[in-house]
Design a protein around this ligand. Structure first.
Ligand SMILES: C[S@@+](CC[C@H](N)C(=O)[O-])C[C@H]1O[C@@H](n2cnc3c(N)ncnc32)[C@H](O)[C@@H]1O
Length: 271
């Protein structure tokens, strides 16, 4: 548990200009996932950004939630997306302008926020800590910049909750273990509450959603990548891999496929 390997493309140091379009497409696809939308709706309600407040969105990606916060704080409020990747930040800026949103975006790092102590009403930080080697530093920064009474919504994926069904248990376990390399910390989701508490913040609410994939079609690019990797690492044989592929194909044809990963969230305030 708790390994910290900065292997993901979303780790700031690993993003290249060529990968930006792919990352934007991945974030756009996640924006449409029912589970992501439900968890975000819960978190926005719980964090309750009010007109006139000052909010930041750390690791804002394409800025979809920066824009949502901007709508909540209104024209007398202020929202800043903090995003170290130039390509993603440009996309976020262009989209905000096109949407007539007052959301603004700056270069920055979750580990060192260039903001004064107690200067922010709302912090949103979604699916960022999983990519950090020192996530506790980022949470300490969140606690530092929040004013007393200020609120934070911390959301993260827990890659170790990946479920694939059906299939032989041994084969499925080998395949889903490949999902653990999706992030520097594949156990980040289950740690959100503990991290906020350790930083001296008070938990107000907790939430989770399993992100369900289509039950009628196999996500072949992902499954093949995990399957080939498991064979290469000699965790399963080629025969086991092929049996799994056949099981998944049949289940999808019957509408009985299950693939999911769970996201967790917590909303807390600074006392
Ligand atoms: C999976 S994306 C999530 C984007 C957005 N929060 C969302 O949920 O749609 C991870 C984001 O974290 C950003 N990121 C990575 N390392 C970071 C760091 N040290 N500080 C701030 N953001 C970082 C990436 O550039 C990327 O935009």
């Amino acid at each position: 548990m708790g390994e910290t390997r900065p292997t993901s493309e979303f780790h700031a140091g690993n993003i290249t200009a060529e990968s930006v379009a792919r990352l934007v497409a991945a974030l756009d696809a996640q924006d449409t996932n029912d589970g992501v939308q439900r968890l975000r709706a819960w978190a926005h309600t719980a964090v309750a950004a009010r007109p006139g407040e000052r909010a930041i969105d750390i690791g804002s990606g394409t800025g979809s939630q920066t824009q949502a916060l901007a709508a909540a704080v209104g024209p007398h409020g202020e929202v800043l997306g903090i995003e170290p990747n130039n390509g993603l930040r440009m996309v976020a800026e262009q989209r905000a302008v096109a949407a007539g949103s007052q959301a603004r975006f700056v270069d920055g790092d979750a580990l060192v926020l260039h903001l004064p102590d107690a200067s922010v009403d709302i912090v949103w930080c979604e699916r960022v800590l999983q990519h950090l080697v020192e996530p506790e530093k980022a949470v300490a920064e969140i606690a530092r910049v929040l004013r007393p009474g200020g609120r934070v919504a911390l959301l993260d994926t827990d890659w170790a909750t990946t479920i694939l069904h059906p299939g032989e248990p041994e084969t499925v376990a080998a395949i889903t273990s490949g999902a653990l390399s999706a992030a520097a910390d594949p156990y980040s989701g289950r740690k959100v509450v503990g991290r906020l508490t350790a930083a001296g913040l008070v938990i107000d609410d907790r939430g989770s959603q399993a992100l369900l994939q289509d039950h009628t079609s196999v996500a072949w690019p992902l499954i093949r990548m995990l399957g080939e990797s498991a064979v290469r690492r000699e965790l399963i044989t080629e025969e086991q891999r092929d049996r799994l592929y056949a099981d998944l194909t049949e289940a999808a044809e019957q509408g009985a496929l299950h693939m999911s990963v769970t996201m967790f969230g917590a909303v807390a305030h600074r006392p």
